[in-house]
Unconditional design. Sequence first.
Length: 338
Amino acid sequence: MTETFKPPSQADVAALAGVSSQTVSRVANERSNVDEETRQRVLSAMQVLGYRPNSAARALVTGRFRMLGVISFSLSAHGNSRTLQAISEAAQTAGYSVNLVGPESQTGGAMRKAFSKLTGQGVDGIIMIEAQILDHPDLRLPSGVPVVVADGDPDQLHPSVDNNQAVGAEAATAHLLGLGHRTVWHLAGPQDSYSARRRAAAWFSTLKRAGAPVPAVLYGDWSAGSGYAIGRRLAEDKDVTAVFVANDHMALGLIKALREAGREVPRDVSVIGYDDIPESGFFHPPLTTVHQDFEEVGRLCVSLLLDQLAHGHRPGGEERSMVTPQLVVRESTAPPPR
């Protein structure tokens, strides 16, 4: 006859640690009214026995599930994946787990469904990564759960953490103008992307302030393939000597198209990207780009959310943190050909 495994109980922990079951409960629920020596003895007994506190029961006592929800539409995007990793690490350090949901589409219905799924599974708060749908006029999320938005709340309806896209795009454009280029073409990201729109707006205003001609914006989809397709068109225009590309992947495709057309980077055309992906320093030539600190964005998102949990949920977008990007100059930019 097979013996049924019985997981260790709170009473087992209490017996091993030489304390009462009530003391074990206080330690499991992270109460402060336990001296440190006793707390460590109980934690050691839990580890020895493999005891796991019942999270549902603990939530009834503390009002906390120790779980943060994350909603992200594009998990494969470089910035989103780096931000998510930092969120997971910061949450773990703070004693929280992370529950991730990737909605099937960027619609109000999909967003509400994702939000309901997370709240139904017992999360203490939710972080949304680059949720462009938040600016939809018909979308209003329930107000009972704290929410923090990373790079995607144009109307500032919620506390948020943003990369300062305007500073980064201005630095990229000004760098090319400073090298002596008459103007700078722009290969933007998708028009429905909040980040792409902010980069394009800063590129436009920088050219206007400099009195430089403003070429028509070209739109890609963040992929190297779209950069390649648009690069083939730009390669035919000999007036194109500098291009600011809204991300590094599209810049990679653009450089390939230019080279195939016989236009060398940076001898004939300077190219600057955005994001500073790990591979950008190994492009041919190494890519001048704008470095975004996605890890800092993730850490600040968790910090802002935990602050709301600790001091009471404060709805509204008045709490906003900005992370400043840095221009990284490599070998893909140079003065224009003479």
